[in-house]
Design a protein. Structure first.
Length: 155
């Protein structure tokens, strides 16, 4: 009979690394949504990412879906929700009549600085107790891990 607990610290290192990354990701999303709600913004994490990406110049639904890690159908629903809130609009792409371009409305433009502030507060909370050098090193290491895994997937 196996009497080991699922929470036992003898977990496989790769699995615990993956679980830890997932926990941080999930807690970050939850914290951001709570911060947005506290600031009076009724936005989901996917809506937040979509608005930020549109503000950065990402204008095609496909690019937005990839950035928000959503399938095209889910991105269409997010765009519908944001359009209904008067934060963005879909227009025909002047270079390709079959394609759409996503643009922020005036209300969406005005919202960007405040939602970025929400994101900055969550990041500051997440990095509490880390020196600026540790923050930079942590960012560098995460980028290295991402790039290593991208290289392995592409190679």
């Amino acid at each position: 009979m196996n009497t080991k607990s699922c929470a036992a610290p003898q977990q496989d290192e790769a699995a615990s690394f993956g679980i830890l990354l997932r926990q941080v990701r999930d807690l970050s999303r939850t914290a951001l949504e709570a911060e947005l709600a506290a600031a009076g913004h009724d936005l989901s994490f996917s809506q937040y990412i979509t608005l930020k990406k549109v503000a950065m110049g990402c204008v095609s639904p496909g690019e937005l879906a990839r950035a928000a890690e959503l399938n095209p159908g889910a991105m269409t629903r997010v765009l519908d929700q944001l359009e209904a809130k008067g934060l963005l609009r879909r227009t025909a792409d002047p270079d390709d009549r079959r394609a759409l371009r996503i643009e922020l409305d005036a209300s969406g433009e005005a919202l960007i600085p405040t939602i970025r502030s929400c994101g900055a507060r969550v990041l500051a909370r997440a990095q509490q107790g880390m020196s600026p050098a540790e923050q930079a090193e942590f960012q560098r290491m995460l980028e290295l891990i991402r790039d290593n895994l991208l290289d392995a997937r592409q190679g």
